[in-house]
Design a protein around this ligand. Structure first.
Ligand SMILES: Nc1ncnc2c1ncn2[C@@H]1O[C@H](COP(=O)(O)OP(=O)(O)OP(=O)(O)O)[C@@H](O)[C@H]1O
Ligand SMILES: [Mg+2]
Length: 317
């Protein structure tokens, strides 16, 4: 196994055509790496580009610029056919809505076996036994194997989807708002399960979420996005004390002020992130208490603030 990070993205950008015919960047010059067994949390308000990054990694959308390396190999532009043969199995994604992943008439057991058989990991008979073991791993009773997806609760469905994703031993598991739709108490159970599985099986996660408090509690590192830019990345445990980017500070403020109302989602003033991403300078400049004229003129540099801490802010130079 190589010593390269499981995932490395370098200067990754994605431009989409905007309303007025002019392109806008949904993701702009984003770089980060995730080492084996680590988890990176990607946070930021709705529309900042989190899922677009996940979609580029899983080849659901092609990058405009930049590179994606998986286990050290450049997978940015490999053709679909090679992707299916060589990469598909290595990157598994879990989405917000588990039910959409199932075939309504396929029993849970068959759903779990299919993945193993399809990817050539084992034969049908062995897969049956493995399905029971997987159910045990995600703390579900094995009598659910004979049920249909709609006969399971949302939390149970998501546990099954997670079981299937890890059953084929992917290098990277991308969880895109995987627990956001679940009730708080169910969410806690699934998050704890994800943390336990990660430790037990040495899994590597890219964990995407809105809720900064939740994401930082289960990840090793946090990457904060704003209008397509990765504005700050640091160790999760340093977030409260060492966050330096004005946007991260604002997010932390909103998390804590909303906390006691039981409402933790990142919701700031409504305005267009797409407009901000068109800015010639720092996309956050017009909302930033520390901005000076230069901030609006050129995209700020990535300033290194520590071995594992970087922020894209001209005021931190
Ligand atoms: N296929 C597409 N064509 C045009 N614009 C797109 C496309 N996909 C995404 N976008 C735009 O790119 C931006 C980033 O979207 P993305 O889905 O990555 O955000 P997100 O951070 O995942 O948001 P959320 O938290 O709501 O899931 C948004 O402005 C979105 O409208
Ligand atoms: Mg999204």
């Amino acid at each position: 196994m190589s010593n390269a990070p499981v995932l490395e993205i370098r200067h990754l950008s994605k431009a989409f055509p905007g309303k007025n015919g002019e392109d806008f960047y949904a993701v702009r010059d984003v770089s980060f790496a995730i080492e084996r067994g680590d988890s990176l949390g990607l946070v930021g308000e709705s529309g900042c580009g989190k899922s677009t990054i996940a979609r580029m990694i899983t080849k659901l959308t092609e990058p405009t610029e930049g590179e994606i390396l998986l286990d050290g190999a450049d997978i940015t532009h490999i053709p679909q056919r090679r992707w299916k043969a060589e990469v598909f199995r290595k990157v598994q994604m879990v989405f917000q809505d588990p039910y959409g992943v199932f075939s309504p008439r396929m029993p849970i057991g068959t759903f779990l076996e299919e993945g193993l058989v399809f990817h050539g990991i084992m034969g049908r008979r062995e897969a049956r036994a493995e399905a029971r073991r997987l159910m045990d791993l995600v703390e579900l009773p094995s009598d659910l194997l004979d049920r249909l997806p709609h006969q399971l609760s949302g939390g149970q469905q998501q546990r099954v989807v997670i079981a299937r994703a890890i059953s084929i031993k992917p290098s990277l598991l991308i969880l895109d708002e995987a627990t956001s739709a679940l009730d708080v108490s169910v969410q806690e159970g699934v998050l704890r399960l994800l943390m336990d599985l990660q430790k037990e099986l040495h899994l590597t996660y890219l964990f995407i979420g809105h809720d900064l408090a939740v994401v930082r509690s289960i990840t090793d590192r946090i990457a904060v996005m704003y209008a397509g830019h990765l504005v700050e990345a640091l160790e999760s445990e340093d977030l409260a004390n060492q966050a330096a980017h004005p946007y991260t500070e604002k997010l932390l403020g909103s998390v804590f002020s909303l906390d006691d109302k039981g409402k933790k989602d990142i919701e700031l003033e409504s305005f267009s992130l797409a407009d901000a991403s068109r800015s010639a300078g720092c996309p956050f400049a017009h909302r930033c208490g520390r901005a000076v004229a230069a901030c609006g003129q050129a995209i700020p540099p990535d300033v290194r603030l520590g071995p594992n801490h970087v922020a894209r802010c001209g005021r931190l130079r």
